[in-house]
Ligand binder design. Structure first.
Ligand SMILES: Cc1cc2nc3c(=O)[nH]c(=O)nc-3n(C[C@H](O)[C@H](O)[C@H](O)COP(=O)(O)OP(=O)(O)OC[C@H]3O[C@@H](n4cnc5c(N)ncnc54)[C@H](O)[C@@H]3O)c2cc1C
Length: 405
């Protein structure tokens, strides 16, 4: 199953039981919206479309939540992969500030879902830290802090003298309530459960193998020959888009994660904030509700169909050493899970949400970049509105053809 996209033993799919299995498609059916992909994005779309009383069907070729969704670190942060000033070649300051605001909006939407339906996915709102341990980067981090502060974000600047963390930090932007964490596998199932009650139909082990666009709508062909007829089709297939478009949607890397066994204390880890360093590629750190640590990063170029075991082992070793060095006050750090997966980034760090410019029956919700999950949340809201005829100006930020000449 998608072996080239996910490798190893991911914490979320290893520690959780499969809460529910779904049938595969055994008849021809009709709907309004065909959602292809049963990862976190497909589940988010199902949630928003069913909330808006739009008939939809989710088709997943393998198991729900077992592709990128099963390996994501699930740091949910409003900030982007790069600092604002570094993005100026690809976009504008206003666009970056707007996407920070949208990130916060998406976090608040998750808060609302959890408040309404209960916390079944270990969701927790968090402070976040972006930091550097290099003197040379102090000004860069200060500038990022200054711009965010000036634009109304709740941030503090940390330097060596005010550093509440135990590790070496020369400068940091500390965002109060700027992020959240959850178990993406559980969240996906929670949303699907809610959506099913509102009328979404879902089929596992049902691959879309071909799509025909007709005047009256879209016909998706699936394994075993059954067809789904809809008015539009939405691609929520993560980094696997070749069946639907020849577009090159982003630069793919493989990114690596380790999850430890539960530790007994978090000495030196202020408020168990979400942490990211300013390196390129960067490392990121979070904790879990059962007191584990997840560290990720060490990205390398993604090569389809080839898994380099030696490179993966080297990367896992580097991550383990880094974790132990960084948090040397935390005793008994023992790695339990090692895994990696494909990841795609774009020049402006944003995903792709909206209609195909040449085919208005083909829509995309692709959560690329480090904020993939938050972008999918925005996509769910904006695309269900769009289906009902309400165009949201923020869709321009995520437009599919924005890099076309
Ligand atoms: C190691 C790692 C760490 C990450 N960390 C973060 C993070 O901290 N925060 C964050 O926001 N994002 C993070 N990401 C990105 C995040 O994982 C993605 O944004 C998110 O999981 C994408 O979910 P998805 O549902 O779009 O894709 P997927 O989970 O990949 O789901 C797509 C689904 O589509 C199915 N599919 C594909 N083709 C077909 C077809 N033809 N027919 C039917 N089904 C099909 C696949 O089987 C798959 O289940 C990380 C990614 C990786 C790899």
């Amino acid at each position: 199953m998608n072996l080239q996209y996910v490798q190893g033993e991911p914490i979320f799919t290893k520690t959780n039981k499969v809460p529910k299995q779904y049938e595969y498609l055994t008849e021809n059916i009709e709907t309004d919206v065909i959602i292809v992909g049963g990862g976190v994005t497909g589940s988010i779309l199902g949630y928003y479309f069913s909330k808006a009383n739009i008939k939809s069907v989710i088709l997943e070729k393998n198991r729900i939540g077992y592709c990128s969704t099963g390996v994501t670190t699930s740091l949910l942060q409003y900030e982007l992969d790069d600092n604002l000033n570094d993005l100026m070649e690809a976009t504008t300051k206003n666009n970056v500030i707007r996407s920070y605001e949208l990130g916060l909006k998406a976090l608040n939407e998750i808060d609302n879902i959890i408040n309404q339906y209960g916390n079944k996915c270990d969701y927790r709102r968090k402070d976040t830290l972006l930091y550097t341990s290099k003197k040379l980067e102090i000004n860069e981090i200060y500038e990022e802090y200054r711009i965010r502060k000036e634009n109304g974000f709740d941030v503090d600047f940390i330097d060596e003298t005010s550093n509440p963390f135990s590790f070496d930090l020369k400068a940091g932007v500390y965002s109060n309530n700027g992020g959240a964490q959850f178990d993406s596998y559980k969240y996906t199932h929670e949303l699907i459960d809610i959506s099913l009650k509102k009328g979404v139909r879902i089929y596992e082990n049902t691959e879309v193998t071909a799509v025909n666009y007709e005047n009256s709508g879209v016909l998706a062909y699936t394994t075993y020959g059954y067809k789904v007829k809809g008015k539009i089709i939405i691609v929520a297939t993560g980094y696997n888009t070749g069946l639907f478009s020849k577009r090159n949607f982003g630069t793919k890397t493989t990114t690596f994660n380790l999850a430890t066994k539960p530790v007994s204390d978090f000495s030196g880890w202020y408020k168990r904030a979400l942490i990211r360093d300013n390196n390129s590629p960067y490392n990121y750190y979070r904790t879990t509700e059962d007191n584990r640590i997840i560290i990720g990063g060490e990205d390398i170029r993604f090569v389809p169909d080839i898994f380099n075991e030696k490179a993966a082992k080297d990367k896992y070793d580097i991550l383990e050493q880094r974790l132990k060095f960084m948090f040397n006050d935390i005793k008994g750090i023992e790695v339990e899970y090692k895994y990696c997966g494909a990841f795609a980034s774009t020049k402006d760090n944003l995903g792709f949400i909206g209609k195909d410019p040449d085919n208005h029956k083909l829509w995309y919700c692709l959560g690329y970049g480090a904020n993939g999950i938050l972008f999918s949340m925005l996509g769910g809201r904006m695309l269900s509105d769009l289906y009902l005829g309400k165009y949201n100006e923020d869709l321009k930020l995520f437009q599919v053809d924005r890099f076309d000449n």
